[in-house]
Design a binder for this molecule. Structure first.
Ligand code: SF4
Ligand code: FE
Length: 485
């Protein structure tokens, strides 16, 4: 039987002998590392949610003929796409961070349809291979990480034009029975918390980029992989002992750089090899799923709005009109993100392969809102928190017999609220707006699933300006087609 609970999942990660580097040292067992463990706990929460709420976090799979975790499910209806968003919001609420599993979910859904279409054109066996792989993943209930972002080197040059050919992951050798991959993937969300990685191209390819147009599944414990763990603001607070100063001691996100040093991939795990014209299709389908997956941030928004309301209450100003108004503004921004994302999912259409894909324009609008609104929500949370969010003495000063009583006397809020309760909620706001989980709430919101300009390009492609001009001309009584008479 596959992994069931969060505890099973954590055990499944032990003893893999991964090559993980952090703060200049090789980490013997990431599972037990105090800085890394909160990111593992966040993924573990996805398993526990599936046990607690199978209607939300599992689905019946036509492919495996049994219930599977929703993160490993290929959508079979509009409702399936919508349910992904509902699950994501709930997990954001429960963890207050990035729970890392959506990249794989969005990768399998986009690959399901793209492999079908490549096979239609080229007679390749990619979809059959992909289905076989997926059934294995569903049965074991593994975490799949999706790896897309290459280092890119000189951004003005295509993959094959770079002076260093390894700036994009590429096939360095085609052997009987498989291929050999070299390169690196950047900012890999949850990569060492995954069991398998799906490496995919990061952008449109030209015929000359043939060796770069590759999709392959790689086990995370492949000896050819090296992980260099990314730092997060205030991450070493996890090494100080105590928990209050961490703000959210239980959960965090994870990003690492992943280096592929001549990784052999057998043919059965290769799902694209040289069909360059399908790279852009794959990227666009993936981003249609992934950009509306960013409704995850509305779950984090719910937490931060709650924290702002709590601190206002603890300060005795909950009833002030301007405080209410700021909370309303935060909720308005948060629901605007959700509105676009869930609408994109409700507007899903069936692909030629038979799975369902969200509306691309609305997905891009959702993600574009995510690049902006969390920053405003964070600003308002800091406004309501007051300066203490950035000047609060440490947990150790609270514990010190000389300074502790002074802090408890002078840092209490309204009657009935302790200084420690105030400190805890202030630290949570700090965590999400300046600390570890500001990576997930702010910077990942900016750059994850593509930076703001990437969404503007997609919106520009789909905004149907000519149609809109016709509407205006018709009502303004201007005859003929614009620009033709
Ligand atoms: Fe999922 Fe959001 Fe993390 Fe992406 S940023 S993996 S959508 S939780
Ligand atoms: Fe992300």
């Amino acid at each position: 039987m596959g992994i069931v609970t969060g505890a099973d999942y954590i055990e499944s990660l032990r003893g893999r002998n991964l090559k993980v580097w952090f703060l200049g040292e090789r980490i013997a067992e990431p599972v037990d590392h105090p800085v890394i463990r909160p990111s593992i706990n966040a993924v573990a929460r996805t398993y526990d949610l599936a046990v607690e709420h199978p209607e939300l976090a599992t689905a019946w799979s036509r492919i495996s003929g049994r219930p599977v975790n929703r993160f490993l499910h290929v959508t079979e209806s509009v409702e399936d796409v919508v349910a992904q968003n509902k699950m994501q919001r709930r997990l954001g609420q429960l963890t207050g961070t990035c729970f890392q599993r959506c990249v794989g979910m969005d990768a399998i859904n986009s690959l399901f349809s793209v492999t079908h279409e490549i096979d239609q054109k080229h007679g390749t066996p990619y979809q059959r291979r992909f289905r076989d792989f997926l059934v294995r993943m569903q049965e074991a209930n593994y975490v799949i990480g999706g790896a897309m972002t290459d280092p890119k080197g000189d951004r003005s040059k295509a993959p094959a034009e770079q002076s260093d050919p390894d700036m994009f992951v590429r096939i360095v050798e085609r052997r009987p029975g498989g291929i050999v991959l070299r390169g690196a993937k950047m900012h890999q969300t949850g990569c060492l918390n995954s069991h398998w990685i799906l490496a995919m191209p990061t952008m449109r390819m030209r015929p000359a980029d043939r060796d770069y147009a590759v999709v392959a599944a790689i086990p995370v414990d492949d000896p050819g992989l090296t992980f260099i763990y990314g730092r997060q603001s205030c991450d070493t607070r996890a090494l100080e002992g105590g928990e209050i100063d961490q703000g959210n001691a239980r959960y965090s996100g994870q990003e690492a750089m992943m280096i592929l040093d001549d990784v052999f991939v057998p043919d059965e795990l290769v799902f694209l090899d040289g069909e360059t014209e399908f790279a852009a299709m794959l990227v666009e389908r993936f981003t249609a799923y992934h950009r509306r997956s960013y409704v995850c941030k509305t779950g984090l928004g719910d937490v931060i709005i709650g924290a702002a309301a709590l601190i206002a209450d603890y300060n005795g100003v909950a009833a002030a009109a301007h405080v209410r108004d700021k909370l309303v503004e935060m909720a308005h921004l948060n629901e605007s993100i959700y509105g676009a994302g869930i609408a994109s999912s409700h507007e899903s259409h069936e692909t030629p392969a038979g799975n369902f894909e969200p509306d691309d324009l609305l997905a891009n609008v959702c993600k574009h809102n995510v690049t902006r609104f969390p920053y405003e929500i964070a600003r308002l949370a800091q406004d309501l928190a007051g300066g203490l969010v950035a000047t609060l003495p440490s947990e150790k000063d609270f514990a010190n017999p000389e300074t502790g009583p002074l802090l408890r006397k002078y840092l209490k809020g309204r009657d009935g609220v302790t200084a420690e309760e105030r400190a805890r909620v202030l630290r949570l706001i700090e965590n999400m707006t300046l600390g570890r989980n500001a990576v997930g709430y702010l910077t990942e919101s900016m750059h994850g699933a593509g930076s703001p300009q990437a969404q503007r390009i997609q919106i520009a492609r789909q905004m149907k300006l000519e149609e809109k001009k016709e509407l205006a001309r018709a009502l303004a009584g201007i005859p003929g087609k614009a620009g033709t008479e």
